[in-house]
Design a protein around this ligand. Structure first.
Ligand code: BTN
Length: 236
């Protein structure tokens, strides 16, 4: 396993991020990783449930920060760490959908939830790997699985993700989002797509200096979006 990390494995937890938050008050060190085979109360963005049956990869990483991190940007950078690690094992075109989704062929195969607690950042990562026997109706057609990774031991995948994540975190703390911007654009699922983010409609044309989404509206205005929920309007 990655020698920078202290990894604690559990066969079952309510939520790896929730458990990690509880450990912070007991003084755990940076780079502590909580990994569970399944979660009974996995948490996604905007309070949504993250369904976590066995066969996926669910973990949370504690990162100490010298300043309060720019959240949207690190969510993208953490996504990049995940994608670059997954690409070592998979030939699929794995992309990042702003701000925190991991996508394959238009379906969500993973998600990242970055939460700040004082100067701690908790990076929770959930990846769908093995197709479960049953998928909840509401998710059918929306989520996908990294089935080509099924035969790879999950500790190997975790190790590669952690190596990338720690490296990118160090770099991000010193230099912010800018050095990642070009690669992020190559990995951007939304690039050139017509979308609506809350009440703003346009085509994604760029990322801003802190990982903001830049939309070109029908009036030819560039709008900077810091946060929001994305709705897709059509194909490329
Ligand atoms: C999202 O796309 O909404 C983010 C999903 C993040 C899920 C992961 S699974 C490991 C960690 N523990 C949780 O309860 N949530 C995150």
């Amino acid at each position: 396993m990655n020698n920078q990390a202290q990894v604690y494995y559990f066969s079952n937890l309510d939520s790896t991020s929730k458990y990690l938050k509880e450990l912070i008050s007991q003084g755990v060190s940076s780079n502590t990783v909580i990994w569970a085979d399944k979660q009974s109360q996995g948490k996604g963005r905007q309070g949504r449930e993250w369904i976590s049956p066995p066969g996926g990869l669910y973990f949370s990483v504690l990162l100490f920060s010298s300043s309060v991190p720019v959240k949207p940007a690190f969510s993208l950078v953490a996504g990049e760490a995940v994608v670059e690690a997954l690409k070592l094992f998979s030939n699929k075109n794995i992309q990042i959908k702003w701000p925190n989704d991991i996508m394959v062929s238009g379906r969500k195969v993973g998600g990242i939830l970055c939460e700040s607690l004082n100067k701690n950042l908790i990076v929770g990562v959930g990846l769908n790997i093995k197709h479960p026997a049953k998928i909840p109706k509401k998710l059918k057609g929306k989520i996908g699985y990294l089935s080509d990774l099924e035969c790879i031991p999950r500790e190997k995948i975790l190790e590669k993700i952690l190596t990338h994540l720690f490296l990118y975190w160090e770099h991000f703390q010193k230099e912010g989002f800018s050095p990642f911007r070009e690669r992020q654009l190559q990995l951007a699922y939304l690039l050139n797509r017509e979308i609506i983010v809350d009440d703003c409609r346009g085509r994604m044309v760029d990322y801003g200096p802190s990982g903001e989404l830049i939309l070109l509206t029908e009036e030819n205005e560039r709008k900077k979006i810091i946060q929001g929920s994305v709705k897709e309007l059509g194909g490329n």
